[in-house]
Design a protein around this ligand. Structure first.
Ligand SMILES: Cc1cc2nc3c(=O)[nH]c(=O)nc-3n(C[C@H](O)[C@H](O)[C@H](O)COP(=O)(O)OP(=O)(O)OC[C@H]3O[C@@H](n4cnc5c(N)ncnc54)[C@H](O)[C@@H]3O)c2cc1C
Length: 415
């Protein structure tokens, strides 16, 4: 039973979903010598290509887990740049120059497929600490018994585990299995993302966007905002383009809705002409419909814990969704280490929820605020200008090891 005081130390752990969160959890837990099996409904053909900035609160765990970060071809961000909407002139710059000194790691900007590939190799590779994880594709989890720790898959297979981590993303089916009914409201914003190879930008005379080592913004006060950054060793430039959802047929949804560069240009009349030029030559322009998710009442039940977007889906405007998933994974790695071996599975999962829920929900709420107010985004914010506002210090300077130690100490002293 999960409630017994000391469980066996080498656990069988099942992870549902091999996105950035599930793979991070797999790595963190294999390193603590547990047997990890990851169940993924697809075989990765549908991975979405776009940039993903990984602040130090995520990058710190990548380093701690010996993930070969350089193999994921990061661009190391040096600043945030704000442009005039129409002329493109630089109207503000936040310098991240001493970021590594201040927060202990670089501010990495990845192509999400590069990061996914490196995490997958690290999870299943023979090298590295702990037993390599096993990855089973075409295993869509359709039912779970949280108390018994069992999973049934669409293909007819079944599995049981000491712990189940449900990392099945923003449209998680696992939540319902735990009795959680999400409260979801469509956002008034939608997002197109597109990528363009550096070689094409050079041909277009737009090389300034390849090597700025910055996240560059246009707009952001109101719904419309363009967020641009280079990734993949500066070989690719990626843009997220936010616009009013009413421009779309509201019935359209899914990951694979494409549009044309011409439509993107039409969406933003009067925008910096360099961006119009870029849009007309961009590849792979896809729509992301955005939703606002309220926090869930709980994340764990029996042997199951939610992780990543399954636990705390958030709007992308703090660039923190994947970092929060890495933090979740970090917490599991710490709590399921020998340091906390006197705690039962149930106690560790309870502590996981305690250490993670409040912090992730704060970032979730701050992401919604930053949707239409760039000054709410960490990086543009300072400690003092608005009470309760999320700051770069509290997000990037977070010491989870110390936080868990303190919560466990407090928990023990209350007994
Ligand atoms: C426009 C945009 C920009 C973003 N930019 C950033 C950024 O700059 N920085 C950042 O930190 N975050 C960013 N994010 C957020 C980040 O992408 C997500 O938070 C992160 O990818 C979540 O990872 P996950 O593993 O929880 O979920 P996912 O990546 O969605 O993975 C879920 C996995 O589970 C699988 N799955 C689903 N259901 C089942 C099932 N029933 N059985 C088995 N497998 C299943 C799926 O196939 C998938 O592989 C952005 C998000 C968006 C939309």
């Amino acid at each position: 039973m999960p409630g017994t005081l000391v469980d066996k130390q080498q656990l069988n752990i099942a992870i549902i979903g091999s996105g950035l969160g599930g793979l991070s959890a797999a790595i963190a837990l294999r390193r603590q010598n547990h047997y990890v099996t990851i169940y993924e409904r697809y075989d990765f053909g549908g991975e979405v290509g776009a940039s993903l900035s990984c602040a130090s609160n995520g990058s710190r765990f990548l380093e701690e887990w010996d993930v070969p970060v350089k193999s994921a071809k990061p661009v190391i961000l040096k600043s945030l740049i704000m442009h005039e909407w129409e002329s493109g002139a630089v109207k503000g710059q936040y310098d991240l120059g001493d970021y590594r000194e201040q927060f202990g790691t670089d501010y990495n900007n990845f192509h999400r497929i590069d990061l996914h590939t490196v995490l997958k190799e690290t999870a299943v590779g023979a090298e590295g600490q702990g037993p390599p994880c096993s990855l089973k594709t075409w295993h869509k989890a359709v039912r779970m018994n949280a108390e018994a720790g069992t999973i049934e898959f669409e293909n007819g297979n079944a599995a049981s585990a000491d712990v189940i981590i449900a990392a099945d993303g923003i449209r998680s089916l696992s939540r319902a299995q735990l009795g959680i009914t999400p409260s979801i409201t469509p956002s008034t914003s939608c997002c197109y993302r597109c990528i363009i190879p550096a070689s094409r930008l050079r041909e277009l005379g737009l090389e300034q966007f390849i090597t700025s080592d910055a996240i560059e913004f246009w707009g952001g006060y109101g719904i419309s905002k363009i967020v641009m950054s280079a990734c993949s060793n500066n070989e690719v430039v990626s843009c997220y383009c936010f616009y009013p959802a009413q421009y779309n047929d509201l019935k359209e949804d899914g990951w694979n809705i494409s549009t044309t560069g011409e439509n993107l240009v039409k969406t933003y009349p009067g925008l910096d002409p360099r961006l119009h030029k870029l849009f007309l030559h961009a590849d792979d322009i896809k729509m992301w419909r955005l939703y606002i998710h309220e926090p869930y009442p709980y994340w764990t039940k029996g042997r199951v814990a939610l992780l990543g977007d399954a636990a705390h889906p958030m709007l992308p405007d703090q660039s923190q969704g994947a970092c929060m998933a890495m933090e979740d994974a970090g917490a599991l790695g710490i709590l399921f280490s020998t340091k906390y071996e006197t705690m039962s599975v149930a106690q560790r999962l309870e502590m996981y929820e305690r250490v993670r829920k409040e912090r992730a929900c704060k970032v979730q709420s701050a992401s919604a605020k930053a949707r239409t107010d760039l000054s709410e985004r960490i990086g543009w914010s300072s400690k003092t200008d608005r009470p309760g506002k999320l700051t770069i210090e509290e997000v990037c300077g977070y010491d989870m090891h110390a936080h868990i130690e303190q919560l466990v100490r407090e928990g023990l002293s209350c007994r």
